[in-house]
Design a protein around this ligand. Structure first.
Ligand SMILES: [Zn+2]
Length: 71
């Protein structure tokens, strides 16, 4: 199950290993007994997130696993 979260400044990305800045969004991917944390850049690169245009604004949405919905 994937969940989109907002960092409190103490989260490290499991992809590029940088610290996710405070108030920056990130994605939690839970698979069986492992949890992967991805920053926005890595989520976009790996296809877990995309930007959606809405009324001229770019809105980041995360894909949730299985259902094809958005978080
Ligand atoms: Zn990253």
């Amino acid at each position: 199950m994937n969940r989109g979260c907002v960092s409190l400044g103490d989260v490290q990305c499991g992809g590029c290993h940088r610290i996710v800045s405070h108030s920056e969004r990130y994605l939690i991917i839970e698979e069986d007994d492992t949890t992967l944390i991805l920053c926005v850049d890595c989520s976009l690169n790996k296809g877990y997130a995309h930007y959606k245009e809405d009324k001229g604004e770019r809105i980041l949405t995360f894909f949730s696993e299985g259902v094809g919905g958005e978080v």
